[in-house]
Design a protein around this ligand. Structure first.
Ligand code: PXL
Length: 263
């Protein structure tokens, strides 16, 4: 029988990130995926590819989750972009309605190209209402800074400290991603399970961020967990898939290339 994975995330209309990247990743790893749309992001090609963001009505989000969870017995879910406190309310309520073997949270606080600082209420709602449900959380450097409350993360040691502080807020596993923003030749991710720190390193592939890398990493972890893979191995498989997907990236007219999950 095929394993199932559920994702609650935003649609990103160019196909590079969000729900589209998540479902492609599930398929690539041999997992049957289904998704609930929280919001619709349409980059604006006439305005420097800025984000046009439309939240889905909370009742419609609740309806989608009801349909998905009634149709299938789901126990592994990825949470991607939520975007508003009202969305976070309805998703938190749904997470609390049943038990989950794994909740993988990609704490999308802001997308590439968006103005920071506009969304403090959303950041706080994500921290207090969703983070405690997460078994695995995958912050990038900016998100790790926000969730840990640290002023700056400039080294791998800082990243480890951030992972510890985020772990204290509930998740069993924290994967704090250094990416291209942390200095050095390697892309370093820190995996902290409350006891041990594991460093995952791969040589950086250029110094440009690639759209969909974070979504794809968390989705690949989710797919592997759905198949019963343990967390450490799931993270390793996910990192390899993302590294291949960045090497084989799809170029576009957008300012960012995008990950190719099928590479
Ligand atoms: O890459 C983060 C991300 C996640 N989800 C959606 C997005 C983006 C970035 O644009 O639009 C829906």
């Amino acid at each position: 029988m095929v394993d199932l994975a559920f994702v609650i995330a935003g649609s990103e209309a160019t196909g590079g990130a969000g729900l589209q990247a998540d479902l492609k990743t599930f398929q690539q790893l041999g997992v049957y995926g289904l998704g609930t749309t929280t919001c619709i992001v349409s980059f604006d090609p006439e305005n420097n590819w800025g984000h046009r963001f439309v939240p889905i009505d909370p009742q419609v989000i609740a309806d989608q989750i009801q349909a998905a969870t009634a149709a299938h017995n789901l126990d592994v879910v990825k949470i991607g972009m939520l975007g508003t406190p009202a969305t976070i309310d309805v998703v938190a309520e749904a997470l609390g309605r049943q038990s989950w073997r794994h909740v993988v949270l990609d704490p999308v606080l802001i997308c590439k190209g968006q103005e920071p600082g506009a969304a403090l209420d959303t950041d706080n709602a994500l921290r207090t209402q969703i983070l405690p449900y997460a078994t695995v959380v995958t912050p990038n450097l900016f998100e790790a800074r926000t969730l840990s409350g640290m002023d700056s993360i400039a080294s791998v040691d800082d990243l480890i400290e951030a992972a510890r502080r985020i772990h204290d807020q509930g998740p069993q596993y924290v994967i704090a991603k250094g990416g291209v923003e942390l200095d050095g030749d390697d892309a370093v991710d820190v995996l902290f399970d409350g006891t041990d720190v594991t460093l995952l390193t791969a040589p950086k592939i250029g110094n440009e961020r690639v759209s969909g890398a974070g979504c794809t990493l968390a989705a690949a972890i989710t797919a592997e967990l759905a198949k019963g893979t343990d967390v450490v191995q799931a993270v390793q498989i996910a990192k390899e898939l993302v590294t291949r997907g960045i090497k084989g990236r799809v170029s576009a007219n957008t300012p960012f290339d995008t990950v190719w999950q099928g590479a």
